[in-house]
Ligand binder design. Structure first.
Ligand SMILES: N[C@@H](CCC(=O)N[C@@H](CS)C(=O)NCC(=O)O)C(=O)O
Length: 200
């Protein structure tokens, strides 16, 4: 039994945590939670780690996290030797944090907007608009190959899964640069191991 437990359900945002753990090669126990089953979501051990009853959630000894961005950021910092986060105090740290948070702060709300017919008010919406979110991401990735340049980081785990999901949802059309980025992310052996094991 590992001190590290990942509460997971296939084909969900939990693949971000899976991919990250594959990048690090850290052992962990995987606990399946069927998010479509109210009884499974009510499991007290799960709810103690994930108050919103959502996956992924991650337990590491007494540390408990229940957001994919927080989990990836935490793991990158816990295992600095893997080099998946610029060190605190390094000039790249700011850009890293910016992009690490971009998925949950802007990409996901913008994806919801894309699927809804609500009128857009770019002033009051933290994510601007779907088009604005995409253009900022496109510009950020222009130097490439990764969001911080030559160095792959935990921010790419977040952004890469977002591009992967947007492609699956067919809302990443006519975006050759973002598509090529998604290809690069999906070609990483750790992503492939995570995707291959993202099944029951
Ligand atoms: N911001 C959270 C969102 C997690 C989330 O909404 N997960 C979905 C699956 S992709 C879930 O568990 N839904 C179950 C429910 O809300 O009942 C994260 O990024 O981890």
């Amino acid at each position: 039994m590992s001190a590290r437990k990942l509460y997971w359900c296939p084909k969900t945002r939990a693949i971000r945590a899976l991919w990250m753990l594959e990048e690090l090669g850290v052992p962990f126990e995987r606990v399946f939670i069927d998010i479509r089953d109210a009884n499974a979501r009510a499991n007290p051990a799960f709810r103690a780690v994930s108050p919103m009853g959502k996956v992924p959630a991650f337990e590491d000894g007494t540390t408990r996290l229940w957001d994919s961005g927080a989990i990836c950021g935490y793991l990158a910092d816990q295992y600095p030797a893997a080099g998946l986060a610029p060190a605190i105090g390094s000039p790249a740290r700011g850009a890293y944090l910016q992009w690490l948070l971009y998925t949950n702060a802007a990409i996901e709300p913008a994806m919801v907007e894309k699927f809804s017919s609500a009128p857009v008010s770019t002033v009051s919406r933290g994510w601007g608009s779907f088009e604005l979110m995409l253009s900022v991401l496109r510009d950020g990735l222009a130097p490439g190959p990764w969001i911080l340049g030559e160095k792959f980081s935990a921010a790419d785990v977040l952004l890469g899964t977002s591009c992967h999901f947007m492609r699956q949802l067919k809302i990443l059309t006519d975006e050759p640069a973002l598509s090529a980025y998604a290809d690069r992310c999906e070609a990483r052996p750790a992503f492939q191991r995570a995707a291959a094991s993202d099944v029951l």
